[in-house]
Ligand binder design. Structure first.
Ligand code: ACM
Length: 749
């Protein structure tokens, strides 16, 4: 039957479907609360009049005027800003009719977000010199679910200059983030000018290359994004030093620029720990007067000396004047409190203030700083360590330690506001793999065991990006995008399902291209890293729509001049294929390796009395690699159905072993996908099949094995070094869809 006939029969239904699809294909990101597509189009051009009678929407009007191209004739239509005081602060209505666009909001922020939605509707045209946008008639009612939609950037470990930060702010605004958490100081560099202590930037902003820089330079031999930009080096006293800082004038200008884009900047001066950039210059700030390095974290400043408070107060007094935000972030994470033990000043303070332990010394410091912040008219934010030793009732908690799952509940029970940045979802310094985007999309800022009444304390969430191994703007954008888009949709709060989001991403990639953002391409799919074949096989690569793949068969890294992948590659000998992604502009993405080895089937073993389950063992100790796990450290055994860890109060660092037999339901090639944080190793038939060992964020490794039907010895070793863990094992048979292992896959004898 022809399409015409079908539509004659089912015209009404098709019309509805078309409208529905059209609404989805608008691809607005983050998804608005409600979208209704109407009939017709509006042509936005140089001849569109911008009408802002009340002048309250200046930042939005300014933004749209900048996008308007030269007038070529008489005014043809108009864009009108109107006010409805009943709308919430960031809410807006956007009505597009063929003659007029109406943006309604109660204040400038709502109107500004409406303009970002218009830009989203314009797609790539919003970033090109094209002077007309054809916009669909529609009606959008929109508002964010969360008032805190943040992105954090560490500029201490690696420095990002003020010019780049303007672009960074533009990107945040386009995706309707409204907070920029600026991590301005840390052990590796002090980045904000403090007039009272000029040495902090004259000396503290510069360093000789450190271990992290060396690691970056090593990686730069194969990936130029790891190069350390020459512009951040300077000769000081005859030595080439790395670093940089922001003058107070630059800070004020950026704060004002960001405010013009709906973004509030929150400064973080991290204390009492992470202060080595200052303590190296002023060792009297520490308890011992020296600057040690051997422990987990660098020695903090000493909260038991008045001189420390004098120093801190001078700094925060200047900081408070630069940032209109009501918040200042004090940090207070990862403090090496042991340096406060057996110090006469600390013993005296503990006695005087009735402090029972070193946690309470930290709490004393934070609470006293908070009082000072209040005197400056500011509120305090701290990382979730501010719970230790007792949290002040008025502080705002920034949750990050996924391995302390009770922290948000403890804060909410006390009525403290919470900003959710749990590492597992929100740490964008974590390497990306094919699961990362979906992981961010599954972030629920009001989860974490909070009941309905406790959820009201959640202000929102934030992506954090720590830059130890992010030395360049290109690398930063690779780490931010596209995860930032998933975060934007989660925090604006009207997300749909991941499939719909992924479809919308196709359009966003073209927009990111137009913005010249070095985003990470979607992973190549269709193969494991280590593959086997019996006689021959085809490597069938699924490539992202917005890219092409070039490959080599000699183990070398593919250049764009290497053969282009156009059809499945026939494999009939043991070899390595390397496949690299390239964008339309020739930009190179990740390189994927597919090793192929010719093998035969591995025979099954016979079992007399198979029973469901796996033998589980638990080792509450820190190991760097799974081959160091010692049976002498075992404290618990159990039988598990599949890959569970049935231990209630897990140690901060631990290892596990699951052992038994994997049941191959038929002869075939099995692909195993092992994802873990930290290390794991899968052994089948007593041989390592997947090696995902070592200390790392959640990443996946995969390998194939040809198994005869029946039982095969199985062992999965895992270690968690600290900081929250992930352990997932999936498999597929032949070309079937992969699935998580489950109880029916395992037996023991
Ligand atoms: C942190 O990641 N140390 C807050």
């Amino acid at each position: 039957m022809s399409i015409k006939k079908i539509s004659a029969l089912f015209g009404f239904a098709l019309l509805l479907t078309a409208k529905f699809n059209f609404a989805q294909e608008l691809g607005i990101l983050p998804q608005p609360e409600s979208v209704k597509v109407l009939q017709g189009k509006f042509v936005f051009s140089g001849n569109t009049a911008i009408v802002d009678k009340e002048s309250i929407f200046s930042i939005a009007a300014q933004e749209i005027k900048l996008l308007k191209k030269n007038r070529t004739g008489g005014l043809s239509n108009q864009l009108v800003f109107t006010r409805d005081a009943s709308l919430k602060p960031e809410a807006y209505r956007l009505k597009i009719l063929p003659e007029q666009i109406t943006i309604t909001a109660s204040n400038k922020l709502g109107a500004f977000w409406a303009v970002q939605t218009l830009k989203q509707l314009a797609g790539t045209n919003a970033f090109k010199t094209k002077n007309t946008w054809v916009l669909p008639a529609l009606e959008i009612n929109d508002q964010p679910k969360f008032s805190w939609r943040g992105v954090h950037l560490d500029v201490s470990r690696h420095f990002f200059d003020i010019d780049y930060l303007h672009r960074f702010i533009d990107r945040l605004a386009f995706y309707k983030f409204n907070k920029f958490h600026w991590h301005l100081t840390d052990d590796q560099g002090w980045r904000i000018e403090i007039k009272k202590y000029p040495e902090l930037t004259a000396k503290g902003a510069w360093r000789k290359l450190n271990n992290q820089d060396s690691a970056c330079l090593k990686l730069a031999t194969t990936n130029p994004d790891y190069r350390i930009p020459e512009k951040h080096f300077k000769m000081i006293d005859g030595e080439k030093m790395y670093g940089g800082f922001y003058t107070q004038e630059q800070v004020k200008e950026l704060v004002s620029y960001a405010a013009g884009k709906g973004i509030e900047i929150i400064p973080e001066i991290d204390m009492p720990g992470h202060m080595q950039a200052a303590t190296r210059l002023f060792p009297w700030l520490t308890s011992t007067g020296s600057v040690q390095k051997e422990k987990n974290f660098t020695d903090p400043v000493c909260p038991c000396k008045e001189t420390t408070f004098e120093f801190a107060e001078h700094i925060f007094k200047e900081v408070a004047q630069l940032f209109p935000s009501k918040y200042i972030h004090l940090g207070a994470d990862e403090v090496e409190k042991s340096s406060w033990k057996n110090i006469p000043e600390c013993e005296a303070l503990m006695k005087h203030e009735n402090l029972k332990n070193i946690d309470e010394i930290q709490s004393y410091f934070v609470k006293r700083m908070e009082k000072y912040f209040h005197s400056l008219g500011k509120e305090l934010i701290g990382w979730d360590e501010i719970l230790d030793g007792g949290i002040s009732p008025t502080a705002t908690l920034m949750y990050w330690r996924t391995w302390v799952p009770t922290a948000p509940k403890h804060a909410a029970e006390k009525g403290n506001p919470i900003i959710m940045t749990p590492g597992e979802y929100c740490y964008f310094d974590a390497q990306q793999d094919s699961h990362s985007l979906q992981k961010v999309y599954s972030f629920n800022p009001v989860g974490f065991g909070l009941n309905e009444s406790e959820q009201q304390y959640v202000l929102g969430g934030q992506a954090n990006i720590w830059t130890e191994y992010i030395p360049s703007e290109q690398r930063l954008e690779y780490m931010l995008f596209p995860r930032m888009l998933a975060m934007s949709e989660v925090l604006w709060g009207h997300q749909q399902d991941f499939k719909t989001f992924s479809r919308k991403m196709d359009r966003q990639f073209t927009v990111l291209d137009a913005m010249r953002i070095n985003y990470r391409f979607t992973d190549l799919k269709g193969f494991a890293e280590n593959n086997v074949f019996l006689k021959s096989a085809y490597l069938n690569i699924e490539a992202p729509k917005n890219a092409v793949v070039h490959y080599t068969t000699d183990g070398s890294t593919p250049k764009i001049s290497a053969p282009k992948y156009t059809k499945p590659i026939y494999i009939d000998k043991t070899q390595t294929i390397k496949a690299a992604i390239f964008g339309a502009d020739g930009r190179m993405g990740d390189v994927f390796t597919a090793n192929y080895v010719q093998t035969g089937y591995v025979d099954a073993v016979s079992l007399k009395n198979p029973k469901p389950g796996l033998n589980f063992s638990y080792y509450p100790k820190f190991y760097k690699a799974v081959n160091l796990i010692s049976e002498a450290d075992k404290t618990k055994t159990a039988t598990t159905a599949a890959i569970e860890i049935p231990v209630e109060d897990k140690a901060g660092s631990f290892a596990t072993r699951h052992q038994g037999y994997f049941y191959a339901a038929e002869d075939g090639i099995y692909s195993f996908f092992l994802r873990s944080d930290d290390g794991s190793v899968l052994k089948i038939q007593n041989k390592t099949l997947v090696d995902n060992d070592g200390m790392h964020f959640a990443i996946e490794k995969s390998a194939q094995i040809a198994l005869k039907k029946g039982y095969h010895p199985f062992e999965l070793l895992f270690l968690e070094g600290g900081g929250g863990y992930t352990l997932q094992l999936e498999y597929s048979l032949g070309a079937s869809k992969r699935k998580a292992v489950s109880a029916s896959d395992f037996v023991i004898e």
